[in-house]
Design a protein around this ligand. Structure first.
Ligand code: TXA
Ligand code: MG
Length: 329
């Protein structure tokens, strides 16, 4: 494995490696992805192996040019065109009917394919240099926290990848919003970096997939996912004052205001350490810091992490979803 600085020469090398069946971790605006040529079944199989990912979990195909849409998807509904025009490139993944040429391994045998045009310029350069759409899940072992830096990828996947392109910390920090366009009405399968409110400005009311279902259509919907090793407990906003942690515990607040209110409670003494996702209460900053904060807290090796929910709007929805999936049920 080699970590590559994003020089033009290195981006070409990374693209060539993908074209020849290699595994390359690439930075996107959401999280780092573990990329492989989407049309190379052997390369895609190596992705599943590197992640120890169950093969029922389909991958997102990444493109860097709208002309590539037609190589992957077909029979696009009108809403797809409008969303691509208004919100791409960006943290929005669209589920569309797939072209037969897309290997079943990529889509887990589903008749649909997940498609995304990332906004990160480095990702775009690598995908263009590869000359092919790139299938890429988040570059973490299955079920573990997603990576938002090259160092996270190196620590978690290390020798299992050929290259890691270092693009610095991810700007958004939570995965893309997954929107299913194959049904009657657009359905959010996974809240993410593109706020639902912005999608609704383009296509009108969308359905929100309910978090806890027994038969997930999308494994991002599995109730336990994106989890640290340290048990994590999730409480309502303002609820940490009443929490009863055991052992050495850390309190993870949304903002400085709720941390200040907490100081007036007896619960205060029960936590060894506290952290904030955003001192100012900014949902965008909180999302950007979520995974790096959880990686850091996990490394501290405490007994428990207690986190409070964020307001359920904008990127708060995606952060709450990830905290819920990371939590001990
Ligand atoms: O931001 C992101 O989306 C990142 C970066 C690397 O692009 N990728 C990512 O990939 O989060 P992954 O594999 O960790 O999550 C993909 C999600 C999963 O929940 C998967 O089940 C869902 O998309 N998905 C993929 N194809 C699907 C399909 N045909 N139908 C329904 N869900 C699908
Ligand atoms: Mg993932």
């Amino acid at each position: 494995m080699e970590i590559l600085a994003p020089t033009p020469e290195n981006l070409r090398r990374a693209g060539q490696a993908l074209a020849h069946g290699g595994l390359v971790a690439i930075p996107t605006e959401t999280v780092y992805g573990l990329g492989a040529n989407a049309f190379d079944e052997v390369a895609v199989a190596r992705v599943f192996e590197a992640k120890a990912r169950p093969s029922f979990d389909p991958l997102i195909v990444h493109i860097a040019d709208l002309a590539q849409v037609e190589r992957v998807a077909r029979d696009l509904p009108a809403s797809a065109g409008r969303l691509m025009e208004r919100l791409w490139p960006g943290p929005l993944t669209l589920i569309l009917p797939k072209r037969e040429e897309v290997p079943d391994l990529v889509t887990s045998g589903l008749p649909s394919v997940a498609l995304r045009f990332p906004a990160n310029g480095i990702a775009q350069e690598v995908i263009r240099a590869a000359g092919t759409p790139v299938a890429a899940p988040s570059a973490n072992p299955f079920g573990y926290l997603s990576p938002t830096t090259a160092a996270h990828v190196a620590a978690m996947l290390g020798e299992k990848v050929d290259f890691i392109v270092d693009g610095g910390p991810c700007r958004i920090g939570v995965e893309s919003t997954v929107l299913d366009l194959t049904g009657e009405r657009p359905l959010v399968l996974r809240p993410g970096g593109m706020p639902v409110e912005e999608i609704e400005e383009v296509v009108g009311k969308v359905d929100l997939w309910d978090r806890i279902v027994s038969a997930p259509k999308s494994p991002g919907q599995l109730p336990s996912h994106y989890a640290p090793r340290t048990p994590l407990f999730l409480v309502d906003s303002g609820g940490l004052g009443k929490a009863e942690p055991e052992g050495r515990a850390v309190a993870l607040f949304f903002d400085g205001a709720s941390s200040a209110a907490f100081d007036a409670t007896p619960g205060k003494a029960r936590f060894a350490v506290r952290r904030f996702l955003s001192v100012q209460g900014d949902l965008v900053e909180a999302a950007a810091r979520l995974f790096s904060t959880l990686h850091e807290l996990d490394r501290l090796g405490f007994d428990q992490i207690w986190a409070e929910r964020l307001p359920e709007r904008g990127l708060g929805r995606a952060v709450n979803d990830r905290l819920f999936k990371a939590s001990t049920k």
